[in-house]
Design a protein around this ligand. Sequence first.
Ligand code: AMP
Ligand code: ZN
Ligand code: FE
Ligand code: FE
Length: 283
Amino acid sequence: MSKVDLHLHSTASDGRSSPGEIVRKAAELGLTIMALADHDSVEGIVPALEAAKKFPQLRVIPAVEVSTDVPSGEVHILGYFIDYTSPELAEALARFRNSREGRAQGMVAKLAALGIHIDWRRVREIAGEGSIGRPHIAQAMQEKGYITSIREAFDKYIARDGPAYVEREKLTPVEATALVVQANGLPVMAHPLTVADPEAMIIELKTAGLVGIEAYYGGYTMEQVSRLVNLADRHGLIATGGSDYHGFGEIGETMPGGGDVPLASAERLITLAEQRALKAVKP
Ligand code: AMP
Ligand code: ZN
Ligand code: FE
Ligand code: FE
């Protein structure tokens, strides 16, 4: 268990805990640094920062996770210390969330063609105010007894190569990285093993401003972590990490702090953010 977790989800996207609840959970587990990184949303940041006032020992870093699809896999870009008040960012994220609606409806239709009948309105209801995603569809399938776990929904139907998958809006990984940079965030490539050639992707994204890759990822083996730490070192990037906790409550889910992220790696990220802030004041 580490005291650091830079990748947590809340009900602002597809996590099960509200932003306030996730902050409390992190504090109770003894974390000292956490980042809330919801999919295509910064709506959870203000309530999370508000909740964090009760836990002075815990630092909450504002973040976001922007998703893109490329032919070789899914690329998710984390943006740390993002300016969550930026109107341009809010507009771009609202557009992505909007396109998630149509995409989710497309997946519901594909499932129907496969004989799996879930109600779109129920999916929308499960997502609540949050950015809609595949875990919400999986939950609706589970409620109706079509599958017994979220994982099974992905394995059989809605994983990227599954029969009911629908691609997302065509934003490239470089564009997602640039979006984070424009909003004064520090871009980090999430779970880099979701693409066939992580190194080629990292080289491309570095030119757009990438500062780190998620090496200490919940669910990665020690061998995978050390390979990614090595890759980060070779490219002068920070090896960050986190659990990617959603609160699904399934066997094998990494709990907050379970990504074993070294304190030093979060400190490197914080130092970089502070240096950038200073430069912005004194050009
Ligand atoms: P979406 O944003 O709709 O593309 O959904 C992405 C989310 O689905 C991720 O954050 C995970 O929570 C979940 N997910 C993706 N792939 C899998 C998988 N193979 N098994 C379980 N959950 C997954
Ligand atoms: Zn998610
Ligand atoms: Fe992700
Ligand atoms: Fe995530």
